[in-house]
Design a protein. Structure first.
Length: 332
């Protein structure tokens, strides 16, 4: 049996370079001149042949993180597939981008950040056929991070993941968490009885309350831009509002990551129906962003700018030697 012409790295390089079309046929068209160039099958077959594995991402990300510094952020995002009718992983999910239920693939990501760097370390793809919920994926990534030797300053996540099971899991591994709680979450302040957070006086500097089923937590009442009150909570009772603020800002890094991975790696544009192909494409797209992030950190060039440096060079060469010209009127 002949060895494959291409390895995953070749596909990852293609995802970084191409500005719009993310198909195997396009990847074959842009290959350098060679006596026996790779055909589109050389790109499409690895996507359906290889077994998708988040460990491949960790092998590349582990050199970019500091296990005992920074924070871990977990959140999910919906990869839009509004017109997909035959892609196996596509189901209906709530989208924060559209503020509605849309068709797409749900991706749960664990991101490490220290404020300067944003490195995805683990991910899970939601598949309703395997019986695992997004909370199951949350727990699996926390346990995997502990086994890998992480000792983060905080674990931050959206209020959707603030179930008692998840909070107790993080406490059981010896970590502290920072999350937002919904305004109807029941708490008990000064033994006054269980009341919703919206009906409890919470100071911006933090108030200790009893979270039923968990224990004492510290909650901060923060006025949002629209005038509503956001409730941030942590199991670190000594956390002040000044020390909370940097961690809360770090936690927003995953929103920046979600935008970048969709705009710069074509993670939503894989033209493969098979589940394995989609999973491999998603894994390669995340690994592509790790490379863009390393380049950003070492050169100061943003993901978007680095992507367009490649496109500008191609356009510049085209202007030097125009591909399409009308006949010269003087010679007619």
């Amino acid at each position: 049996m002949n060895s494959p012409k291409l390895v995953p790295k070749d596909y990852i390089d293609f995802l970084i370079a191409t500005p719009r079309a993310y198909s195997a046929a396009e990847a074959a068209r842009v290959q350098p001149d060679a006596p026996d160039p790779a055909a589109h099958d050389a790109f499409s077959r690895p996507l359906t042949r290889l077994e998708p594995n988040p460990e491949e991402l960790w092998r590349e990300a582990r050199t970019q993180v500091r296990l005992a510094a920074g924070i871990l952020v977990i959140d999910d995002s919906t990869l839009d597939q509004p017109y997909a009718k035959s892609i196996e992983l596509v189901t209906h999910h709530g989208s924060g981008k559209h503020h509605a239920v849309v068709r797409g693939i749900n991706l749960v990501t664990l991101l490490w950040t220290d404020g300067d760097r944003h490195i995805p370390c683990d991910y899970r793809v939601y598949d309703r056929t395997d019986g695992a919920t997004k909370n199951d994926h949350f727990a699996a990534m926390i346990r995997t991070a502990q086994q890998r030797g992480f000792s983060p300053q905080r674990v931050a996540f959206d209020g959707w993941y603030s179930s008692l099971e998840n909070l107790e899991l993080i406490r059981s591994v010896g970590w502290t968490w920072l999350t937002r709680l919904k305004s109807n979450r029941l708490v008990n302040k000064d033994r006054q009885g269980s009341r919703a957070l919206k009906d409890t006086a919470i100071a911006p500097t933090g108030t200790e309350v009893w979270l039923p089923g968990f224990g004492l937590v510290r909650v901060f009442g923060i006025v949002a831009p629209d005038g509503s009150i956001d409730h941030w909570a942590t199991n670190d009772l000594g956390l002040s509002d000044l020390t909370r603020l940097p961690f809360a800002e770090f936690s927003w890094a995953i929103e920046h990551y979600h935008r970048g991975i969709k705009q710069c790696t074509g993670i939503e544009r894989c033209q493969v129906r098979a589940e394995r192909g989609q999973r491999n494409h998603i894994g390669c797209a995340i690994r592509a962003l790790v490379r863009l992030e390393y380049h950003r950190f070492t050169t100061g060039v943003s993901w978007f700018a680095a992507k367009w440096v490649i496109v500008r060079e191609a356009v510049r060469r085209c202007l030097e030697r125009p591909l399409y010209r009308l006949p010269d009127p003087a010679s007619a």
